[in-house]
Design a protein. Structure first.
Length: 423
């Protein structure tokens, strides 16, 4: 299908399910973060247009990555045990299929043929054997390199070695490459990232390409043609302040996400201990709504029941993996305090996802009026609570409102039951 035709179809279907996008009911955005000249929050003009068409990332990638919990303390045993745990916990069946090794897997030097070499102390069996093990479990293996002369932990980088390294990754059976931005010699990412895309493509192996350029050169504006996802921010850390800041920064680029290419606000911290249960639930709810990659960053071999409950919430995962693939966004925020926020987005089948998020430390009432959600005022909806796993009400009209505990985020799906359109 041509770009313009597919865009037209998408626009029409969005128009049908989310009239605010077409401006029929102008959305109210009062979060005070965008100037009048900045991006229109309901602009979908870039939806699906820029994305790299390598057949991957039709929905955001799901899996696990070693960095947030282990940093450089990785070895082949931990990676294998994590793959085992993805299977035994059932997380793999829920879609978490990528097992991604981050920085520190390689030796400090290339070999005499100029090839990257797995660290013989920590990966003595080599990456090919590890890939075979992971594939034997029906999972996929990810690896990490850098679009510079070194990785951030000063292992050899792939700049000017793109073809050789991509060939080696493909030979090993790698399915995913996270490509970092350290030691980049001051060369623009628009020059450094495409050669690895081309090198991966010419291997003949289908390899997910995750661009990790930290949002420095506004990657949403160019990386859709280069990779399957692109980091929009600096690194997350395991704190409420970091997580909320990153959510807000990632929101700005919502209109550029779509099947094939996603904004990446960095990996999940759920289960690492720096946030409360409700804060982690907020983190997961907002990442799911934003169509962020769901890459678990904790030790799933030893996770608590609460961590598992969050990561395994099928209804929240289904929002993230919804085939429509439109990134939800912040549609209102209490003017002065920013405490009560409404984040929302369209889903397939004419439904909406709505998150009522309390960003402050007192309990607040968070309300979403229909005009803020882009719903016709005469529309009634049924409401499903995705954390309680309950149908709340059959005919809600005008607004959705709830008392929300400090740092909690309620998550609902609204399904229109009546719409008395004047047309
Ligand atoms: C950068 C990336 C992180 C991680 C580290 C590894 O900081 O943004 O996600 O990969 O490098 O060194």
């Amino acid at each position: 299908m041509s770009d313009s035709r597919s865009l037209l179809l998408v626009s029409l279907s969005l128009l049908a399910i989310y009239p605010a996008i077409a401006g029929i009911v102008p959305p109210v955005l009062d979060n005070g973060q965008r100037s009048a000249s900045s991006l229109n929050p309901f602009d979908t003009s870039n939806y699906g247009k820029l994305q790299l068409d390598n057949g991957l990332a039709r929905t955001p990638q799901m899996g696990w990555n070693s960095w947030n919990f282990l940093a450089c303390n990785i070895n082949e045993t931990v990676i294998k045990e994590t793959a085992d745990a993805l299977i035994s916990t059932g997380l793999a069946d829920l879609g978490y299929i990528y097992v991604n090794i981050d920085d520190c897997w390689s030796s400090l030097l290339r070999n005499s043929k100029g090839q990257l070499v797995p660290d013989p102390k920590t990966f003595p069996s080599g990456i090919k054997a590890l890939a075979d093990y992971i594939h034997g479990k029906g999972l996929k293996l990810g690896i990490y390199s850098d679009a510079g002369s070194f990785t951030c932990q000063v292992r050899p980088g792939s700049l000017y070695h793109e073809n050789d390294d991509a060939e080696l990754f493909a030979y090993w059976g790698v399915d995913y490459l996270k490509y970092d931005n350290c030691y980049n010699l001051g060369i623009k990412p628009q020059k450094r990232y495409p050669p690895m895309r081309d090198a991966l493509n010419s291997t003949g192996r289908t390899i997910f390409y995750s661009i990790c350029e930290w949002g420095e050169d506004d990657p949403a504006l160019w990386a859709g043609k280069v990779g399957n996802s692109w980091r929009t921010t600096d690194d997350i850390n395991d704190s409420w302040a970091s997580m909320t800041t990153i959510a807000d920064l990632n929101d700005k680029w919502a209109s550029y996400a779509g099947p094939g290419g996603w904004n990446d606000p960095d990996m999940l911290e759920v289960g690492n201990g720096g946030m409360t249960y409700l804060e982690y639930r907020s983190h997961f709810s907002i990442w799911a709504l934003m169509k962020a990659p769901l890459l678990i960053g904790c030790d799933i071999r030893n996770m608590t029941a609460e961590t598992f409950e969050i990561l395994s919430n099928k209804e929240v995962i289904a929002v993230n993996q919804d085939p429509l693939g439109v990134q939800g966004r912040k549609v209102s925020s209490a003017e002065e305090t920013g405490c009560s926020q409404v984040w929302a987005g369209p889903l397939s089948g004419g439904r909406l996802v709505v998150n009522l998020w309390n960003r402050c430390s007192n309990s607040v009432t968070v309300g979403a009026k229909w005009e803020v959600l882009g719903l016709d005022t005469s529309t009634s909806v049924s409401v499903r609570d995705l954390w309680k796993h309950e149908n709340m009400a059959e005919k809600v009209a005008g607004a959705l409102e709830s008392q929300v505990d400090p740092h909690d985020c309620k998550m609902y799906i609204l399904t229109p039951t009546t719409s008395h359109s004047s047309i």
